[in-house]
Design a protein around this ligand. Structure first.
Ligand code: FES
Ligand code: MG
Length: 591
């Protein structure tokens, strides 16, 4: 079915140019003439291009889009379209309580409603901060109007005392220095603020840069879009080109359902490993795939992505930040290197109208210190391991951030390579962790494994980024920077902790973590991809039978609605009922 209706008119003309219903047409059009548009524009053969604005004072990570808007609109007009900007519910990763993850699905719902209910023929989706990208893509695939993403780009590189200070990463490092007494509160603040020197989103390969790289790997933006730093002139040019391209996509009737396929998602998984991408990518990609009606499973991350090497030398897995990544070629260079090794499906479609193989022609790394080649990578096997056992059906482990020191300390004892035995220390949520982590009675030592539960989608609600727990101060002071951590929440994409996270099902819905007790012996076996509490079957069954689900306290109506309908992280943390809606702009029946 074409973006044009059977009568040859654009969808928006059902509102603005319907001579069979002059009353409604007049009502629709008079209020839009009241601003910058004329009848000639609204009733001509010109598509209306929505611009989903995710930037605002409340979402500083995306605020660059407020300043890019002129360039996007210029591109749309020069290509013959009519731009109409509209606001998106703000999702700012660090500012939103209890967590921005709660609002991804709310922004998604809002976008679907706008795109379905207003006279829009195509849409430019502005992206940046972590959840803004998946929320926009989830909405676009549900509605299935021609859609293209425009990233705002990362901030310039941060510097502190002559060293790079990367978003988030500097926080984890400074937390350790503060715990050791090496820096004071004021220096802590100064170090962290130095990591944010300009407009833009996080400049590390955290969730923001990861999700924008995912949008590019999926083919949902113009090639090269994701890595351009926010203040660079190339960013303004990309805004213009993206606006222009969106109009062309409407004329070509190129929709998300024409671009996205199983192959696009496989490309994205491979790229995620190569960039050392965030552990938040699996739930977000899962959500986009489910709303698009494409089959993807958490196990695909290990099957497709685990053996892919780490090519990008960028914090938190490496040393550089966004500017160097851009100059080295960004995502097209990474995909060019992967393609040279035969790891990319070249026949996947992209928003440019070309197949991936054609967009990558001539692209290789421009700086091998920053983007390595496939044969000379930063690290082998950089993908996620998918673990299972009696504590959960699935949880992810990002092995690319396991340091040599950590591996030597925990995983390389003679005769027990890749097997780690420890005792469990269990915390019920972040408040419990902060209150008790330094309690000597817990007897946390270097052979302990820290668990946090009650922080999944239903429990928190929204799922909290808290699994990368710092060891007690005394251990940090003795040089133990990391203990293995496990939880049913998430962790920041900027964290370098080798955590086991996104455990599904979560504890508050009766997942195995609910039955764990402090002191239980734990076995982590990376050869078999298992994590188990070594507790007798009888004891475990008794704990299960005695378990009472905790009472959940909602703070807002949305929290209550969300908890009623949300699924687990392994399934994308979607509003389950919403995944049945596809192509709603075409008014096709719900399947
Ligand atoms: Fe918004 Fe990192 S906090 S991009
Ligand atoms: Mg985050």
């Amino acid at each position: 079915m074409s973006t044009r209706r059977a009568n040859g008119k654009f969808r928006s003309q059902e509102w603005f140019d319907n001579p069979n219903n002059p009353g409604m047409t007049a009502l629709y059009i008079e209020r839009y003439l009241n601003q910058e548009y004329t009848r000639e524009e609204l009733q001509g053969d010109r598509p209306i291009i929505g611009i989903a604005q995710t930037g605002s004072d409340l979402t500083p990570c995306n605020k660059i889009h407020v300043f890019l808007m002129d360039r996007i609109k210029a591109g749309i007009r020069d290509a013959g379209g009519i731009p109409m900007e509209f606001p998106v519910h703000p999702i700012q990763e660090t500012g939103k309580r209890p967590t921005a993850a709660l609002d991804r699905n709310l922004a998604y719902l809002g976008l679907v409603e706008v795109l379905h209910g207003y006279p829009i023929d195509g849409v430019v989706l502005t992206t940046g901060c972590d959840k803004t990208t998946p929320a926009m893509l989830m909405g676009a695939v549900t509605v299935d109007l021609p859609a293209i993403t425009l990233n705002g780009g990362p901030m310039l590189d941060g510097w502190w005392n002559g060293s790079l200070a990367g978003s988030g990463s500097v926080v984890w490092e400074s937390r350790r220095l503060l715990a050791k007494g090496d820096i004071d509160y004021d220096e802590f603040m100064a170090r962290v603020c130095a990591s944010a020197p300009s407009l833009g989103h996080c400049n590390t390969m955290g969730t923001a840069s990861t999700m924008n790289a995912m949008a590019e790997a999926l083919g949902m933006c113009l090639p090269g879009n994701s890595a351009i730093p926010a203040p660079f002139r190339e960013r303004m040019a990309m805004a213009y080109q993206t606006g222009k391209r969106c109009v062309e996509m409407v004329f070509e009737d190129l929709k998300p359902s024409d671009i996205l396929s199983r192959k696009s998602f496989e490309n994205a998984i491979v790229v995620n490993s190569a960039i050392g991408g965030s552990t938040n990518a699996p739930p977000h990609l899962q959500a986009i795939a489910r709303h698009a009606g494409i089959k993807l499973d958490v196990s695909d991350w290990q099957e497709i992505g685990y053996d892919v090497p780490l090519l990008v030398n960028m914090q938190p897995a490496g040393e550089f930040l966004g500017e160097a990544f851009f100059r080295a070629g960004g995502v097209p260079a990474v995909m060019g290197e992967l393609n040279a090794a035969g790891r990319i499906h070249t026949d996947a479609m992209t928003a440019s109208g070309k197949h991936v193989g054609d967009t990558l022609k001539g692209w290789r790394s421009r700086d091998e210190r920053v983007i390595k080649t496939y044969l000379n990578p930063m690290r082998e096997k950089a993908g996620f391991m998918v673990l299972s056992g009696n504590l959960f059906d699935s949880a992810l482990m990002k092995t690319s951030v396991i340091s040599a020191e950590f591996r030597a300390r925990f995983l390389s004892a003679p005769g027990s390579e890749n097997i780690f035995r420890a005792k469990a220390i269990v915390f019920d949520g972040p408040d419990d962790y902060h209150q008790r982590i330094n309690d000597p009675e817990l007897q946390i030592d270097e052979k302990s494994i820290l668990f946090i539960r009650g922080v999944g989608c239903v429990g928190y609600p929204g799922s909290a980024e808290v699994v990368n727990m710092l060891p007690p101060d005394a251990l940090v002071q003795s040089g133990i920077d990391h203990l293995p951590t496990v939880g049913d929440g998430r962790q920041s994409g900027t964290s370098e902790s080798p955590s086991i996270l996104n455990a599904s099902p979560e504890s508050v819905v009766g997942g195995g973590l609910a039955f764990l007790k402090t002191g239980d012996p734990i076995e982590l076996d990376l050869n078999r991809c298992t994590l188990n509490a070594c507790v007798s079957k009888e004891d475990w069954e008794k704990r299960k039978a005695d378990w009472q689900p905790p009472e959940l306290r909602h703070q807002t109506p949305w929290q209550e609605l969300y908890r009623k309908h949300v699924g687990q992280l392994a399934n994308g943390g979607c509003l389950e009922f919403a995944t049945a809606y596809h192509r709603v702009a075409r008014d096709l029946p719900v399947d």
